[in-house]
Design a protein around this ligand. Sequence first.
Ligand SMILES: [Zn+2]
Length: 110
Amino acid sequence: MTLVKSTCPRCAVVEVPISEAVLRVCSMEGPSVCLIRCPGCHQRFEVDADEAMVAMLLAVGVEVSVWQREPATERASQVTSTLTSEEVERFCELLIAEPDIANRIASSPW
Ligand SMILES: [Zn+2]
């Protein structure tokens, strides 16, 4: 198995199996980073990957993930719909249809 040397913030220099590294390449112009899971402490850390490092990682078959510059916007657009008033009403009906709801909450051990 291919090992790459990296520096864990906790364990100092470690040899990481390539399967524990993911190269994150920005789809726009932007910095690439290598996301590594440390074999010592199992914590994830990131290291900046310059062109030479990217080329080296690709050559040894690193897993690549492409990211957008604005992941927050991308995540927001994945929400397919907002809560509608019909859904809220339906929820209220379900609550009302459950006559013991107050008792159940009161008798809950939490
Ligand atoms: Zn570590």
